[in-house]
Design a protein around this ligand. Structure first.
Ligand code: DAH
Length: 339
C-alpha cells in the first residue's frame, strides 16, 4: 500500500500537462483503477482486516486525490492559468501617474534659455544678503525713504563689519554689485534668478517670490540696447504680437529709470477691463547709475550699462492669465495639472 501511494505521488508530480495528469487519475482512481480495485475488495475481507485495511485504502485514495488537485493547480499556474484565468499579456499596462516640474521651475528654465540665446550668463546670488548689496551700494543710504518700498525682513544679530546688517534679499538688484565684484571688469551680461523676500501678501504679492535681474555693462551701452533686449524677451516669452514700451520712472540705482509695459495679453492693446488702457506693467529697468558702477569698482566715465528686474511669478501669471499668486504656492493638483 505504501509503495502504491509513493509511486502514485511521484508520477503525479512528474506530469507536465493536464492530459498526463488525467491519465494518471484514471490509472489510480478510474472505474478500473488500481485504488478502485482495492476498494471493491474491502467487503470480501475478514471483519478484522476490514477495519484496518479499509481505513488504509481510503486514506490512500484521499491522499492521491489531493495530490492530483494540487498538481492541477500547479500546472495551470505554470501555463498561465486555465481558461477562466486566461490573461492577455499583450494588453498595455496601467501606467502609474507621472508628475511634472512645477510651473515656476519651468518658467525659470524658459526665461534663462531665452536670455542665454543672446549671451546672458545665468547665476543665483544669495537669499540672505548684506545691507550694502541690497541698499547702500545701490545708492540707497541708511534711513533713505526709498528703502521703505522694499518692506524688508531683517536677520537679527547678524552684521558684517564692512557690509552691514543681514537681510533677506528684497530684490535681485543686489546681484548687480556682486557680479561687478566677481568679474572685476566688463563685458558683463548677467541674468540673476533668485528668491526674494518682502513683508507683503495679497493676490499679486507673496512674502517669498522669484525675480530675474538682467545686467549688461560695457563701453557704449545705451538705451536702445535695453529696448532691443526687452523687445526680444517679450516676443520670445509672450509671443510675436506683443509690444513693449518704456515709461519714465524713478529708482535710486538707475538714471534714467523706466517702468516697462507690454501690450495687454487679454485685449491685444485696444483697452479692456483688465488693462484699462491697453498696457500691462511688467517691471523696472534703467541705465545703471554712475554711483552704482563706482561702488561695483567700475569707472563710470569709461563704462555704461543697463539693468532690469522683474518677478518670475508676475510674468508667468501674465502669460497664463492666473489671477492669484497664492495658487502658485498652494500645491493644489487641480490647479497644477492644468499646465
Ligand atoms: N529692484 C527693483 C524692484 O525690486 C526692480 C528694478 C528696477 C530692477 C529697475 C532694475 C532696474 O534692475 O533697473 O522693484
Amino acid at each position: 500500500m505504501q509503495n502504491l501511494k509513493n509511486q502514485a505521488i511521484s508520477s503525479i508530480l512528474e506530469t507536465k500537462n493536464e492530459q498526463e495528469l488525467e491519465e494518471l487519475r484514471i490509472e489510480y482512481l478510474g472505474r478500473r483503477g488500481q485504488v478502485t480495485k482495492l476498494i471493491k475488495k474491502i467487503p470480501s475481507l475478514s471483519p478484522e482486516q476490514r477495519k484496518d485495511k479499509g481505513n488504509l485504502i481510503n486514506e490512500t485514495k484521499k491522499i492521491i486525490e489531493e495530490a492530483i488537485i494540487s498538481q492541477k493547480k500547479n500546472l495551470q499556474h505554470q501555463n498561465g492559468g486555465g481558461k477562466e484565468n486566461w490573461f492577455d499579456i499583450t494588453i498595455p499596462g496601467e501606467k502609474p501617474a507621472k508628475g511634472h516640474l512645477h510651473l515656476i521651475t519651468n518658467a525659470i528654465e524658459e526665461i534663462s534659455d531665452i536670455f542665454k540665446r543672446i549671451g546672458f550668463h545665468s547665476i543665483s546670488y544669495p537669499e540672505v544678503e548684506w545691507d550694502w548689496y541690497a541698499f547702500e551700494g545701490l545708492n540707497m543710504p541708511e534711513n533713505h525713504p526709498a528703502r521703505d518700498e522694499w518692506e524688508t525682513f531683517f536677520v537679527e544679530n547678524l552684521k558684517h563689519p564692512k557690509y552691514g546688517q543681514a537681510v533677506l534679499t528684497p530684490h535681485t538688484s543686489s546681484g548687480q554689485l556682486r557680479e561687478m565684484q566677481r568679474l572685476g571688469k566688463p563685458p558683463i551680461r548677467m541674468l540673476d534668478i533668485a528668491k526674494c523676500y518682502r513683508r507683503q501678501i495679497d493676490t499679486s504679492h507673496a512674502p517669498m517670490f522669484y525675480q530675474f535681474e538682467g545686467l549688461v555693462i560695457d563701453q557704449g551701452v545705451n538705451i536702445t540696447h535695453l529696448k532691443g533686449t526687452l523687445d526680444f524677451f517679450v516676443k520670445q516669452y509672450f509671443g510675436p504680437q506683443r509690444k513693449v514700451r518704456i515709461r519714465p520712472f524713478h529708482f535710486q540705482f538707475t538714471e534714467p529709470s523706466f517702468e516697462v509695459d507690454i501690450s495687454c495679453i487679454v485685449c491685444g492693446g485696444r483697452g479692456c477691463k483688465v488693462c484699462k488702457q491697453g498696457w500691462m506693467e511688467l517691471g523696472g529697468a534703467g541705465m545703471v547709475h554712475p554711483t552704482v558702477l563706482k561702488n561695483g569698482g567700475l569707472d563710470p566715465k569709461k563704462y555704461t550699462g543697463f539693468a532690469f528686474g522683474w518677478g518670475v511669478e508676475r510674468v508667468l501669471m501674465m502669460k497664463y492669465k492666473i489671477d492669484d499668486i497664492r495658487l502658485l504656492f498652494s500645491s493644489d493638483l487641480r490647479f497644477l495639472k492644468q499646465f
